[in-house]
Each structure stands twice: as structure tokens, then as C-alpha cells.
Design a protein around this ligand. Structure first.
Ligand code: KG4
Ligand code: ZN
Length: 337
């Protein structure tokens, strides 16, 4: 089975072609980072226009790289939410048009389900598993029992994890997007130099909070001489990253207890590309008798291979959608946000 995937929910225009035996035949990503950098974050209208400008060319490129004609596809999958609605509409409408023109089934994919199932594409992880989904808009712990069967064990009560990285980067004068910049700066920093709080640590539930940590970073920045020295930035990033890893480890341990059926701990979403976090979670999994899996960085941050793969998973179960499927700016995977 061969599925074309389309992803346009944020600032990456992406197309990919994936097979049911877990081969990625093409994986094309155009990042709009340079378009948004002057604004310090994603501007929805700029993103939507850029998706519109590039989606057709990038789809042709993916088909060429895979050496396929549209009639050789089995289905077309497109992200239909959640995300910036202008961009989502571009990808969803384009995907429907390709499906209609090629007379193939259409699959409306929840972007979060793309992240949630990506480790089954990269590592063939079996159900059930415990999932940490940490991205720019979300930070959740989910019990994944099967395709479409997600139970939320915990979530953030304020900011998403990636939002924390992005805001700390801004305070430290690092470029957008913040996650990779903070990780790079932290490499030479001292994670013990600044004593930052670990909100929610030790609580009996599996929820997260990042806004108090972000404010603590702001207060530290106010005490430092300006402009910040390279050493201060490195120590600040390392201290923040260590606090996040510590908090996430604590919350994940709780979730392991809450979902004893899990055999594997899976990390996904853009923040799961972070090497310090991956090392911490590898250790947490090992200490609790679980395997650990996380897709390679390219499959953690937004991409279309995970959307095509979620399409494979849903198509196998006969879960196709009509061309009247309405894009959704909000679309929780398992209740709530
Ligand atoms: O999953 P993703 O690409 O897009 C969303 O669906 O939100 O996640 C983007 C988020 C951004 O906040 C970015 O700063 C963060 O993931 N991120 C990272 C790293 N790479 C991306 N955070 C920490 N360390 C990284 N290496
Ligand atoms: Zn994402």
C-alpha cells in the first residue's frame, strides 16, 4: 500500500510518500523559518500564503523522487487539524483535490495522531505504549492502546514544552525557532549554575506546568549584565533544559505507574528531538523495565511522512473520510486540549 501525505498545519510545507511496509519513498520539507524569523514566531497569514505557493511543486517533487504516478497511489492523507487554520485549509483542500482527481480515497489526519504513530513507522513499536507528546502546542502523556484509542493521562495546565523553549530562546537573544538554538547553546553550559524551579514535581497526577519555570528564567535574566555574555546564555539554556528534563522525567514516572500495560515509552513531537530529554527518558524507561523509542529528529519535528504513515494505519482499518471533511483549528486527540 502506498500513501501520499501532506502537512501544512504550521510553518513547514511538507509532502511525503510512505508504504505500508514502513518505507519512506519520498520525504520533502520546505521550512518557512526565514520568512517568520523577523517576527520572532509564526505569522499565520504568511504561513498560509507560503503553503499555497509551494504545495503543488513539493507534491510533484515527492512523486518524482518516489518515481510514481498519481494512479499508483492507494490513498491521499492530509493534516486536517489542529493547527493554524489558514494553512490547514490549504493542505486539506489540496489533498482532497489530488484524491478527487486521481480517484483515490481521502484520509483526514489529526496532526497529533501523526506525531503519536510516528514511532511505529521508524521503530515498529507495538501497542500498547506510553507516549510523551511534546511539541510547540502540546505537552501530554497519553496511553496509546491502538489506532484511534488514546487516553490522556496528563497535560500541561499552561504553556506547551516547545513554547517554553521558544520563549527562553527569545529572552536569551537566540533566534527562532528556539528549541534547537537552546539545545545548541546548552551544550557548553553549566546546568547547575542557576537554581530553577521544577513546577509540579512530586504531584500525584501526570500534569505539567512550564509558565513558572519560564518566569523564573525571566527573573534570572533581569539580574544578569546586558548584553548577555555567551557564557551566561549557555548556562541559562543548560539550566532550563535540565529543569525541563527533570520535570518531564518525574511526570513520566507517574504516568508509567498509571499505565502499567505499556511495554514501551515513546517520545514524539518537536521537543522529543532534544538529545538531553531523550537521554533522560531512556534512563527513566530502563529503570522501569520499559523499552524506549523516539523517531529520529526529522520525524519528531513536523513532517509529512508521519501524516502519510497515520494515513496507512487508518486506511488499513478502513477509516477513510469524505471530501466534505471540514478542517479543524482545534482537534484534541483524547478529550480536552
Ligand atoms: O512538533 P513540532 O515541529 O511542531 C508542532 O506541532 O508544534 O514542534 C515544534 C516545537 C518548537 O517549539 C521547537 O522549538 C521545539 O519543538 N523543538 C525543540 C527542539 N527541536 C524543536 N525543543 C527542544 N529541543 C529541540 N532540539
Ligand atoms: Zn507538530
Amino acid at each position: 500500500m502506498i500513501v501520499l501525505g501532506i502537512e501544512t498545519s504550521c510553518d513547514e510545507t511538507a509532502t511525503a510518500i510512505v508504504t505500508s511496509d514502513r518505507r519512506i519513498l519520498a520525504d520533502v520539507i520546505l521550512s518557512q523559518t526565514d520568512d517568520h524569523r523577523p517576527f520572532g514566531g509564526v505569522v499565520p497569514e504568511i504561513a498560509a500564503r507560503a503553503h499555497l505557493q509551494h504545495i503543488e511543486r513539493l507534491t510533484t517533487q515527492a512523486m518524482d523522487e518516489a518515481g510514481l504516478r498519481f494512479d499508483q497511489l492507494d490513498a491521499v492523507a492530509a493534516t486536517c487539524g489542529p493547527g493554524l487554520i489558514g494553512g490547514v485549509m490549504v493542505g486539506a483542500t489540496f489533498g482532497k483535490a489530488v484524491a478527487f482527481a486521481a480517484n483515490k480515497p481521502f484520509l483526514a489526519i489529526n496532526h497529533l495522531e501523526g506525531h503519536a504513530l510516528a514511532a511505529r513507522l521508524s521503530d515498529d513499536v507495538a501497542f500498547p505504549y506510553l507516549l510523551l507528546l511534546a511539541s510547540g502546542g502540546h505537552c501530554q502523556l497519553l496511553a496509546v492502546e491502538g489506532v484511534g484509542h488514546y487516553k490522556r493521562l496528563g497535560t500541561t495546565i499552561d504553556d506547551a514544552a516547545g513554547e517554553g523553549f521558544d520563549k527562553v530562546a527569545k529572552m536569551a537573544g537566540l533566534p527562532y525557532p528556539g528549541g534547537p538554538a537552546v539545545e545548541a547553546a546548552a551544550r557548553t553550559g553549566d546546568p547547575a549554575r542557576f537554581a530553577l524551579p521544577r513546577p509540579m514535581k512530586g504531584r500525584p497526577d501526570c500534569d505539567f506546568s512550564f509558565s513558572g519555570l519560564k518566569n523564573a528564567v525571566r527573573l534570572v535574566v533581569e539580574t544578569l549584565p546586558k548584553p548577555l555574555s555567551g557564557c551566561d546564555v549557555a548556562d541559562l539554556c543548560a539550566s532550563f533544559q535540565a529543569a525541563v528534563a527533570d520535570m518531564v522525567a518525574d511526570r513520566t514516572k507517574r504516568a508509567i505507574r498509571a499505565f502499567p500495560a505499556a511495554k514501551t515509552l515513546v517520545a514524539a513531537g518537536g521537543v522529543a528531538a532534544n538529545q538531553t530529554l531523550r537521554a533522560t527518558l531512556t534512563q527513566v524507561a530502563a529503570e522501569n523495565g520499559l523499552a524506549f523509542a523516539a523517531p529520529p529528529g526529522r520525524l519528531c519535528t513536523d513532517n509529512a511522512a508521519m501524516i502519510a504513515w497515520a494515513g496507512v494505519e487508518r486506511f488499513r482499518l478502513g477509516l477513510t473520510d469524505g471530501l466534505d471533511f471540514a478542517p479543524r483549528p482545534r482537534w484534541p486527540l483524547a478529550g480536552g486540549n
